[in-house]
Design a protein around this ligand. Structure first.
Ligand SMILES: [Zn+2]
Length: 559
């Protein structure tokens, strides 16, 4: 087919064919995918739109064909070039490789869970799981056999595994876990062949690092030493399975802990004094209440019992004692319960132990030192799960969706778009500062206990070898600089889950929260989506077209 309009005009038209969908939700791009199949010219015109930020459900389909041999000359240029050149791509197509020009466009790559079949009776997770493992074996071999360190996606910025939203049910959870495991198994291949600058994973199940053969280990070490590993790997976790994620050895890892409510708008507690608690974007304080609330803010000793926290009352003798006596932010151990601290210390030790490179044979200790010293584990947001003991500043602070919050700061200062904003409006700014200092004091204690348990001395060296050990640091959630891949979590602000929520299933209730039955109380029936709203999530996967050769470019195609 000969385009009648000029290539430039077609490019503009094709640019408008992107189907828009909710963030984090797979949106099939049927129009663009069809454009891709028209002719070589359209193939190259549509590919930047279709492949710049693909959401991929079938990793094997996505990568299949990438290993079709092309001349060394072309392969060398492609690996090192980050700009598009139609002539170059045409040459690659002419040499019979239709995948490389597409992969060359990829900048943000999202791996997303497979859709569940419409007929749930035929759902056979074991079979899907086995298929995926088989396919990932094939992909792994294919990628492994490419010329070492050939980069298929030189423009790739980041890889994101699973969406920032919570899966709805147990089966969905199994599917997202499967993606995580699959990506985790393939991660070494991804690093060397796709070379993402940043990595981002959501709620990944733990995947204990197995012993590697000396050959594999040497490849891994070379990979890490030559920078073939993301600069920053982010692991966003709600620790729903109470098991911590496996991090990437040899780079900076940020583990950020979210609460379920961080992203679940429908579970937000009510904030008293606002006309419309549901309109997060434009809080409109009730005029008649405004004065009361401001007054509450300036006189924190008034009526604070309802919110379950202690006011920062300067007349409170117990409070004063702690205010004046705590030394350089060192709070007594009892300020936060031991139990709370211990379980987090164990979790962090487990992360390190599960993720360490398993060295076999006689490892080169200099290698090991380089890699260990490049490994950083920064954990954000543990304070969300630490309970400040009664009697200490800011007091107990557990809140859930049924808690009524009486803001202690001016209503216009309450950030209703984030759970943190709502939670923190429960405290005056002085109380917040004190809470922060108690949490940071607990972090210091935890860091030192973690080092002790892992046999790391106070200068950060392994006690046994006196060589540099990984850096382990704890930070407050508000110190999170934001994920380099998905952008979430900056200052602990998480994008709300505004997706239509499916009605609970009979066989498979929403596993992520135990408050489900109460949800009806808080919401109008309007908030439940029509079935139609959900159908779009069940659509076929279009990004991962079967890239078999009959898709286009048949011998008789009129080019
Ligand atoms: Zn992220």
């Amino acid at each position: 087919m000969e385009p009648v309009l000029s290539t430039e005009l077609w490019e503009k038209i094709i640019g408008h064919c992107t189907e828009k969908g909710d963030e984090g939700v797979f949106t099939p791009q049927r129009t663009l995918a069809t454009c891709l199949r028209v002719c070589k010219t359209w193939y190259l015109l549509a590919s930047p739109y279709l492949y710049a930020s693909p959401v991929v459900q079938h990793i094997s389909n996505f990568l299949s064909g990438a290993d079709k041999p092309i001349s060394e000359h072309l392969s060398g240029i492609l690996t090192h070039s980050t700009s598009s050149s139609q002539e170059l791509y045409l040459q690659v197509l002419q040499e019979g490789n239709t995948k490389l020009p597409l992969l060359h466009q990829v900048q943000n790559l999202k791996f997303y869970a497979l859709d569940l079949p419409e007929n749930r009776e035929n759902f056979d997770f074991m079979k899907i799981s086995m298929d995926t493992i088989d396919k990932s074996g094939i992909i792994s071999n294919m990628l492994h056999n490419l010329t070492p360190f050939t980069c298929l996606t030189p423009r790739l910025e980041n890889i994101q595994v699973n969406s920032h939203l919570f899966p709805f049910g147990l089966d969905e959870k199994s599917m997202t876990d499967l993606v995580s495991k699959n990506c985790s198994n393939l991660s070494t291949n991804f690093f060397t062949v796709l070379k993402p600058k940043y990595w981002c994973e959501y709620d990944s199940p733990p995947n204990v690092r197995l012993s590697e053969s000396p050959k594999d280990l040497s490849r891994t070490l070379t990979m890490i030493e030559n920078g073939y590993i993301p600069k920053i790997s982010e692991f966003h976790t709600s620790l729903t399975e109470d098991e911590p994620p496996t991090i990437h050895w040899g780079t900076t890892n940020r583990v950020s802990i979210r609460e379920k409510m961080d992203v679940r708008k429908y579970m937000f507690p009510r904030v008293e004094g606002f006309e419309d608690p549901k309109s997060e974007l434009e809080p409109r304080p009730k005029a008649q209440h405004q004065d009361d609330i401001v007054e509450t803010g300036s006189q924190p000793e008034s009526d604070s019992e309802d919110s379950g926290c202690l006011a920062a009352n300067s007349a409170d003798p117990e409070q004063n004692q702690f205010n004046n006596n705590h030394n350089n932010g060192e709070w007594p151990v009892e300020a936060v319960g031991d139990m709370d601290l211990d379980c987090w210390v164990d979790a962090i030790c487990e992360i390190i132990q599960n993720s360490r490179l398993r060295l076999t044979g006689k490892p080169n200790l200099n290698h090991v030192e380089t890699i260990d010293s490049k490994t950083k584990l920064h954990v954000y947001g543990i304070e969300k799960f630490l309970t400040i003991a009664p009697g200490y500043a800011g007091g107990p602070s557990y809140i859930d969706e049924t808690t009524t919050i009486i803001p202690k700061i001016k209503p216009e200062d309450v950030d209703l778009s984030s759970f943190r904003g709502i939670k923190e409006c429960n405290f005056t700014s002085e109380q917040l500062e004190l809470r922060k200092s108690i949490h940071q004091s607990s972090f210091k204690k935890m860091e030192s206990t973690i080092r002790e348990k892992l046999k790391i001395n106070s200068s950060g060296n392994w006690i046994k070898t006196n060589r540099k050990a990984p850096e382990i640091k704890l930070f407050l959630a508000i110190e999170h600089p934001g994920c380099m891949s998905c952008g979430q979590g900056k200052n602990d602000i998480w994008k709300l889950d505004c997706r239509p929520r499916p009605p609970a299933r009979e066989d498979d209730s929403d596993w992520t929260d135990e408050y489900d039955e109460d949800d009806d109380d808080d919401f109008d029936s309007d908030d439940y989506p029509d079935v139609d709203d959900l159908i779009e999530y069940d659509d076929d996967d279009i990004y991962d077209m079967d890239d078999d050769d009959d898709g286009f470019l048949d011998e008789d195609d009129d080019m």
